[in-house]
Design a protein around this ligand. Structure first.
Ligand code: C2E
Ligand code: SIN
Ligand code: SIN
Ligand code: FE
Length: 385
C-alpha cells in the first residue's frame, strides 16, 4: 500500500533531520551558559536577507524580565540603511552602547530602537555575525541596566559570535532541507489536487498567524511560545498527509460524497497519524520526539470542540491546541477556496460560518481572537489569494 512506501521515505528523511537540533535550542544553550559571565536580559539575532538590503529580527531569548521581547520584534524587518547597523555590517566591528537613551538623543529614534527602549532595554553590545568574511547578520546582548558592558565582554563574545554564525549556517541548511523535504512529502499526499502547493502555504500562514495572535493576546501562555509558533508553521502543512491513503475517485470527486465515501474520507486523520507515528517510533529510539505536534495535528484537525468531530470525538481541551488552531486555519482556507466539490465563499461569508461554529466546531477562544483581528486576517488573506 502507498502508505508503507510513504512511511519509509519519511523515516529516512527524519533520520537525517534528527541529528540536528534547532537553532533556538542553541540560543537557549548560549543563554544559560553565558549568563554567569555577561550581564544581559535579552539576546537577539537579526539576519540579513540574501542581497543584504533588509535586516530581520529572527531569533530572541529573554530571561523574562523584559516585557514584550521577543514577541514584539520577531519577524519585523528594516532596510539596513535605515538602521544604525549598516556601519557594523560594513566594518565587521562590534559596538557597545552603554546608554541607549543618551545614544538615541543625538539621532532620530529608529523603529527598532523604539521597540527595545519601550521594552526597558538600556544598554547593548552588538556584534556582526560573519561567515567567511561575509556578514550574515548581527547578534546583540542587551541589558535593562545602564553602563554594564566593557571591552572584555566583547572579547568573550567575539569568539562566541563566530561559532554562532557557523552553528547557525549548519542549522539553516538542515532546516531548509527538512523543510523542503517535508513540504515535498506533503505535496505528494495531495499532488492530485491542482493548487495544493498554494493550499499548504496558506495553511501554514494562517496557522502561524493564529498562533502569533494567541501569543500576543496572552491566551494559552503555558503552551504557546516561539518554539510552538515555529513548529506549527513547520508541521501544519502535514495535516492532510493521510489523504495519500484515500482513493482518487473519492478525493477528487467533483460532487458531494456519499455517506460511505465520507466514511472512507474520515480515515485520513488516522492514516496520517500512522505514517507519522511510524516515523516517530524510529526517532523515539534516539529519545527525541520531533513529530509530536505533527501527529497531534494530523490526528486531531477534524475533531470538534463540542465532541462531534472525528476520528475520536474528542472534546474541548482534550484536543491538542495545535490541532484546534489548524482546524480553524484549515476550514477557513477550505471555505475561501474553490474545491473540486465546491465554489469559494467570500471572506465575510467564510468568517460568518466560523463565527457561527464557535464553541461547536471551534475553540471559542481562538475564534474570538481571530475575529478581534479580522482586519489583519483580511490583509493576510488578500496577500495569499
Ligand atoms: P477540505 O476540502 O480541505 O475541507 C476541510 C474542512 O473544511 C471540511 O472538513 C469542513 O469542515 C470544512 N468545509 C469545507 N467546505 C465547506 C463548506 O462548504 N461549508 C462548511 N460549513 N464547511 C466546509 P470535512 O467536512 O470533515 O471534510 C474533510 C475532507 O473531506 C475535505 O477536506 C475534502 O477533501 C473531503 N470532502 C468533504 N466533503 C466533500 C464533498 O462533498 N465532496 C468531495 N469530493 N470531498 C469532500
Ligand atoms: C537591531 O536592529 O536588531 C539591533 C541593534 C542595536 O542597535 O543594538
Ligand atoms: C460545519 O462547519 O460543520 C458546518 C456548519 C455550517 O455550515 O455552518
Ligand atoms: Fe483534513
Amino acid at each position: 500500500m502507498k502508505i508503507k512506501q510513504y512511511s519509509h521515505d519519511l523515516i529516512s528523511l527524519i533520520e537525517n533531520i534528527n541529528n540536528s537540533s534547532s537553532f533556538i535550542e542553541t540560543l537557549n544553550f548560549i543563554n544559560q551558559t553565558f549568563s554567569a559571565f555577561i550581564p544581559y536580559s535579552y539576546i537577539g539575532i537579526a539576519l540579513l536577507d540574501d542581497d543584504k538590503r533588509f535586516i530581520k529580527a529572527s531569533y530572541g531569548v529573554s530571561d523574562g524580565s523584559i516585557k514584550g521581547l521577543p514577541e514584539n520584534i520577531i519577524g519585523k524587518f528594516w532596510e539596513l540603511k535605515q538602521t544604525s547597523l549598516w556601519e557594523l555590517v560594513a566594518t565587521g566591528k562590534p559596538r557597545i552602547i552603554n546608554d541607549l537613551e543618551a545614544y538615541t538623543q543625538e539621532k532620530p529614534i529608529t523603529a527598532y530602537n523604539k521597540i527595545i527602549m519601550d521594552a526597558g532595554i538600556k544598554a547593548s553590545i552588538t556584534l556582526p555575525l560573519m561567515l567567511s568574511q561575509e556578514p550574515v547578520g548581527i547578534i546583540f546582548f542587551s541589558s535593562n541596566q545602564k553602563n554594564v558592558y566593557t571591552k572584555e565582554h566583547i572579547e568573550i563574545l567575539q569568539t562566541l559570535a563566530t561559532s554562532i554564525a557557523i552553528s547557525f549556517k549548519q542549522n539553516i541548511i538542515i532546516e531548509n532541507l527538512i523543510y523542503s523535504s517535508i513540504m515535498a512529502m506533503a505535496k505528494l499526499s495531495e499532488a492530485r489536487d491542482e493548487d495544493t502547493g498554494k493550499h499548504l502555504g496558506r495553511i501554514q500562514e494562517y496557522s502561524r498567524f493564529i498562533a502569533e495572535l494567541l501569543m500576543e493576546e496572552e491566551q494559552y501562555p503555558a503552551e504557546i511560545d516561539l518554539k510552538f509558533v515555529d513548529e506549527i508553521e513547520k508541521f501544519s502543512p502535514l495535516h492532510d498527509i493521510g489523504k495519500v491513503g484515500i482513493r482518487d475517485g473519492i478525493l477528487l470527486k467533483p460532487a458531494k460524497l456519499t455517506a460511505d465515501e465520507f466514511e472512507e474520507m474520515k480515515k485520513h486523520p488516522l492514516y496520517g497519524a500512522e505514517v507519522l507515528e511510524a516515523v516517530e517510533e524510529n526517532i523515539a529510539k534516539k529519545g527525541k520526539s520531533i513529530f509530536r505536534m505533527a501527529i497531534d495535528i494530523a490526528k486531531g484537525h477534524h475533531e470538534k470542540w463540542d465532541g462531534t468531530g472525528y476520528p475520536y470525538g474528542k472534546k474541548g481541551e482534550d484536543i491538542p491546541l495545535s490541532a484546534r488552531i489548524v482546524a480553524v486555519a484549515d476550514v477557513f482556507d477550505a471555505l475561501t477556496s474553490k474545491r473540486p466539490y465546491k465554489e469559494a465563499f467570500s471572506f465575510d461569508a467564510s468568517l460568518d460560518i466560523i463565527r457561527k461554529d464557535s464553541g461547536k466546531h471551534f475553540d471559542p477562544t481562538i475564534v474570538e481572537i481571530v475575529l478581534k483581528h479580522k482586519e489583519r486576517l483580511k490583509k493576510l488573506y488578500k496577500t495569499l489569494m
